[in-house]
Design a protein around this ligand. Structure first.
Ligand SMILES: [Zn+2]
Length: 153
């Protein structure tokens, strides 16, 4: 037990179990710690330092490589910030909401979390499988639309 080392921590237990499943599939033995505490109340998760995925000391370096490959660890590439743009009936989705350029693209991404939850846990789909994001080639912003809430009254 004393040669186990924390490889990565997550806020939510299912994320840790997904990472563990991924490590297992790459032949790395791992275990998840503190997931039960976090399951009781996600608020505690942060307090106890998150849900931990541990690997044997000898597997640590390879584990890091696997997590990088799987996208669990940011390899330094700047993550694109996706902004939320609230729409109403007059919103023109053919132009960039930031610079009004028409030079925009729309990207349909597989929502990996839904897919993995579906295949690994056999859960029925709780989230949309696809998420559509828009990107502007002129100002390089990325965004997705969300319907503005109607103001009651
Ligand atoms: Zn733009």
């Amino acid at each position: 037990m004393d040669n186990w080392k924390i490889l990565i921590t997550f806020i939510y237990p299912h994320e840790a179990h997904m990472a563990k499943g991924y490590l297992d599939s790459e032949g790395i033995n791992s275990m998840v710690h503190d997931d039960l505490t976090a399951q009781v109340n996600n608020f505690y998760s942060n307090a106890i330092g998150g849900v931990k995925v541990l690997v044997n000391d000898a597997d640590y370096d390879r584990g890091i490589d696997v997590l990088k490959k799987g996208g669990y660890i940011n390899t330094g590439k700047k993550a694109r910030i996706i902004e939320l743009v609230y729409t109403n009936s007059t919103t023109d989705k053919n132009t960039c909401p930031f610079c009004k350029s028409e030079n925009i693209g729309r990207k349909k991404d597989l929502n990996l979390i839904s897919v993995v939850l579906y295949f690994i846990l056999g859960l029925s789909i709780m989230f949309p499988i696809y998420k559509i994001t828009f990107a502007c080639y002129d100002c390089e912003k990325a965004w997705k639309y969300r319907k503005a809430k109607k103001i009651a009254g």
